[in-house]
Ligand binder design. Structure first.
Ligand SMILES: [Zn+2]
Length: 406
C-alpha cells in the first residue's frame, strides 16, 4: 500500500500547496480520498495513472474537497474509459454529478456506481471486496463530514513448500487444500496438518483518512491500529480557539487521535495557508506522538518500503524541492533525485543538542562556514547548516493568500 498526498492545503491553495486530495495505491489500483480541483494534474505529476482509479471517496461538500471531481471524470470520458468506477460520499453526491453531466450534455461511456452515506449512520461498510473493505464514520465538522478507513483483509500465511515436500506432499491439489486450512491424508495413511505447513495469516495493511473535524471518538475508531493515519492539522495549538470555532483540528489534536488509536505512523496535512512553514505543526505533533510526518505533495509514503520503493515514479519535482536541493550543494554536484527523496523528514528527526551543534560548526573550515551562513533559511537538506542558522522565523502572511479563509 502506498499513500501519495496530492494536495495538502486547506480551503485556500497557496503558491506551493494544492487543494485536498490523497491517493492510495494498492496492487495497481488507485483509490482517491477527496478530489480538490488540482487532483487530476497532480496525479499525472506524481506518476499515478488516472485510468487506474477504482474508487473515489469524498469526505464532505466543502467545495475544496470535491472541486476536481467533474474535471477528472470528464477527462476519463475523453480517454474513453470503459471500466466502472465507484464514487462514495455523503448523500447528494449522485445528484451533483448527474446534474453536471446533464448540464454539459454528456452521456458517460463508463458506469458510475454511487454509494451515498446518510447522516444518521454510526458506521457503514461502503466498499467490501475479497481483498479489502472500506469503512466510513461521521466526524465532527461544521457540516456533515465522514472519515474513512481502508482495511486490507488478512492475507493467508506462507506455505513452507520444502517442509510439505519432505512430509510427502506432491500434488497441487494437496498444496491448495493445505493452504485453505484443510489437513491432507496421504496414501500411506499419514495425516499432514495444515498448521504445520502454513504460517500464521499476515494482517492486512490499513489506512485512515480523517480530515475536516474537531477531535472526535469516531476518528480514533477509524484509525485504531492502522499502519498510516492521515489526519488534518489545519492549525497549531496556539489557534485552538479558531480550530474549535471552525470545526478543525490542531496538530496536537491530530497527535491525540494518533496516540489513542495506536497508529504506526501519523501523517499530518490540510495546512492553513497562514503556515508558510508547516514544520512548526510537525514539531508540535511530534512532541505528543513521535512517529509523525508532514504530508508532502507527491512524496509517497510506503507501508512496505523494501517492496514498494520504485513502483511510483514522479514525473516532475516541486520547484521548491528542486531549489532546496540545488542550493544546498556547495560542492557543485548536480541535483540528484535520490538525495531529495531521502529529504526533510529523516533529517528533521536527527536534531542534536545545542552544544554539540555549536562545536560541530566550529570545526568546519572558515570558508565553508561563511558560505553556509549566507544560505536561505529553508535549506533543510543540510543538517550542518541548520546548526549555524538563527531560529526559524515563521512568516505569518504572504501577499498571495487570504488568510481569513482556510
Ligand atoms: Zn477542508
Amino acid at each position: 500500500m502506498i499513500i501519495v498526498p496530492l494536495g495538502v492545503a486547506s480551503a485556500t491553495p497557496t503558491a506551493t500547496r494544492h487543494l485536498p486530495s490523497v491517493a492510495l495505491w494498492r496492487e495497481g489500483d488507485v483509490h482517491l480520498f477527496d478530489c480538490g480541483e488540482n487532483t487530476q494534474m497532480r496525479m499525472l505529476q506524481a506518476g499515478l495513472k488516472r485510468s487506474k482509479i477504482t474508487n473515489i471517496f469524498i469526505s464532505h461538500f466543502d467545495i475544496d474537497h470535491y472541486s476536481g471531481l467533474m474535471g477528472l471524470l470528464s477527462t476519463l470520458q475523453l480517454q474513453r474509459r470503459e471500466d466502472p468506477m465507484s464514487i462514495i460520499g455523503p448523500k447528494g453526491i449522485k445528484k451533483y454529478i448527474d446534474w453536471n453531466f446533464k448540464f454539459a450534455g454528456i452521456e458517460l461511456n463508463y458506469d458510475l456506481n454511487f454509494i451515498e452515506i446518510k447522516e444518521d449512520i454510526e458506521s457503514q461498510k461502503v466498499v467490501d471486496t475479497d481483498d479489502y473493505y472500506v469503512e466510513a464514520r461521521p466526524l465532527n465538522h461544521s457540516r456533515f463530514c465522514v472519515g474513512y478507513r481502508f482495511q486490507e483483509k488478512d492475507k493467508p500465511g506462507k506455505v513452507d513448500a520444502q517442509k510439505a515436500t519432505n512430509l510427502g506432499i506432491t500434488e497441487d491439489e494437496q498444496f491448495k487444500a493445505l493452504k485453505a486450512g484443510e489437513d491432507v491424508k496421504l496414501e500411506d495413511g499419514t495425516l499432514v496438518k495444515s498448521v504445520d505447513i502454513v504460517g500464521h495469516p499476515r494482517p492486512g495493511d490499513s489506512f485512515a483518512y480523517v480530515t475536516d473535524t474537531k477531535y472526535c471518538p469516531n476518528a480514533v475508531k477509524l484509525a485504531m491500529n492502522t499502519n498510516i493515519l492521515y489526519h488534518e492539522a489545519t492549525f497549531s495549538a496556539s489557534l485552538s480557539d479558531k480550530a474549535e470555532e471552525t470545526g478543525h483540528s490542531t496538530s496536537v489534536d491530530a497527535a491525540r487521535v494518533a496516540t489513542e488509536s495506536q497508529t504506526k505512523l501519523l501523517v499530518i496535512g490540510h495546512f492553513s495557508a497562514r503556515y508558510t512553514n508547516p514544520f512548526i505543526l510537525l514539531r508540535e505533533a511530534r512532541e505528543n506522538f513521535f512517529p509523525a510526518w508532514l504530508a508532502t505533495e507527491m512524496r509517497p509514503i510506503y507501508t512496505n518500503p523494501s517492496l514498494e520503493k520504485d513502483i511510483i515514479k514522479q514525473r516532475v519535482y516541486m520547484k521548491e524541492i528542486d531549489e532546496k536541493s540545488d542550493s544546498s550543494r556547495s560542492d557543485g554536484k548536480t541535483y540528484d533525485k535520490k538525495s531529495s527523496d531521502r529529504g526533510g523528514n529523516k533529517r528533521f528527526r536527527k536534531r542534536r543538542p545545542q552544544n554539540s551543534r555549536k562545536q560541530n560548526s566550529r570545526s568546519d573550515s572558515g570558508e565553508r562556514r561563511t558560505k553556509r551562513q549566507e544560505k536561505p533559511r529553508y535549506n533543510n537538506d543540510d543538517s550542518e547548516n541548520r546548526s549555524s542558522r538563527p531560529p526559524k522565523h515563521i512568516t505569518p502572511r504572504t501577499p498571495f493568500d487570504n488568510f481569513d479563509r482556510f
